[in-house]
Design a protein around this ligand. Sequence first.
Ligand code: LHQ
Length: 324
Amino acid sequence: MTNMTDRSGAPTPGPGLGVTHQPGEAPHGADPVLLVSTEGAVRVLTLNRPQALNAFTTPLLGQLRHALDDAAADTSIRAVLITGAGRAFCAGQDLNDPYIKPEFEPEVAPSAGASTAPTTPTAPTAPTTPTAPPRRPKPKDIGHLLDHYYIPLALRLRSMPVPTICAVNGVAAGAGANFALGCDLVMAGRSASFIQAFSRIGLVPDCGGTWLLTRLVGRARAMQLTLLGEKLPAEQAQQWGLIARCVPDEELASAAMAMAQQLAGMPTRALVQTRAALDEAMHLELEDALRLEARLQSQLGYAHDYLEGAAAFLDKRTPQFKDR
Ligand code: LHQ
C-alpha cells in the first residue's frame, strides 16, 4: 500500500461526557491509532492499536469518522477498505477508556475506635470478622458514548457515497463485529471470528447489531449469537450468510484489495443506490419496492454510467465508469 499517513481529528466530546481529548490524540511520538493510505481509487483505513486488539477508544472513533468524511468528500476515491493491524480486527469498545471504565467511590476504612462486636452481655463470644462495606459504583451514562460517537459513525458508514469493504483479519468483538458487519461487503480470514460480546458484560448489542443481525441471519441465529455471546468462526459466518467471503489468512489482504479495486472500477452511483434500495426494501410492501426501483432506474438512466455501460456492452468494449 502506498502513501501511508496518519490522520488527526477526534471530535470534541458531546455535552455531559466530561472528558476532553485533543484532536488527533496519539501521545507525542506514539503510533497513530488509525492509518490512512490510498491505492489507486481505494482508500484504506487500518485500525492501529494492536496491543489492545484495536479496541475502539474515543480518539480512534473520532478519527475513523473523520477519515470516512474525507473519503466521502474526495471524488477521486471510489471504494473504502477497512481492516485492522496485528492479530485482531477490533475487540469493540476499549473497556479502559475513561468514558466507559467502571469507577467506584473510594473505600471508607472502618474507623479505628469502631467495634463490630455486640455490646450486650448476652451476645455470643465467638470472634467476628469486620466486613468491608461494598464499594459503591459511581453512576455514569455510557449511552452518551453511543450518542456522540457510535451512532454518527454507523450512520456515516451506511451513507458512504462509495462501496465499503471490510477485511476482517482476526477476532471482531462487540462494536468491532457490528462495525465490520455494517460495511457493504465483508471478507474474513479463516482464523477470524465474530463475537457479540455484549451479554458477557451485561449490555445489549449496539453499533447497529440488533438491526444488522436480524436482517443478515434472522431472529433465531441473532438470538443465539447475542444471548450466548459465543465465538462464530469466519467459515461458519460465511455459511450463515453473515459475511460475503472467507479466505485463507495469507490471501486476505490481496483478495480484499482486489475486491475493492473491482468495486472502484464499477458504476459507483448504481452500487450505492443498490445498497439504499436493499435497506429500504426491508420495510416496504412489494408494490412500494417496485416503485422505488422504477424511481431509481429513472434517475440512473439519465446518468453517464448507464449510457456508457450500455453503449460499451453493445460495442463489445470495456466500459469507463466515472459517476460518483
Ligand atoms: C482489551 C479489549 C477491550 C480493552 C481486549 N478493551 N482492552 C460501546 C459504548 C457504550 C457502551 C458499551 O458498549 C459499547 C460497545 C462494545 O463494544 S461493548 C463490548 C466490548 N468488548 C468486549 O467486551 C470484548 C472484550 N475482549 C474479549 O473478550 C477478548 O479480548 C477477545 C475475545 C476479543 C480476544 O480474546 P484473546 O484473543 O484471548 O485476547 P485477550 O483477551 O488476551 O486480549 C489481548 C489484550 O487486549 C489484553 O491486554 P493485555 O494487556 O492483557 O495483553 C486485553 O485486555 C486487551 N483487550 N479487548 N475491549
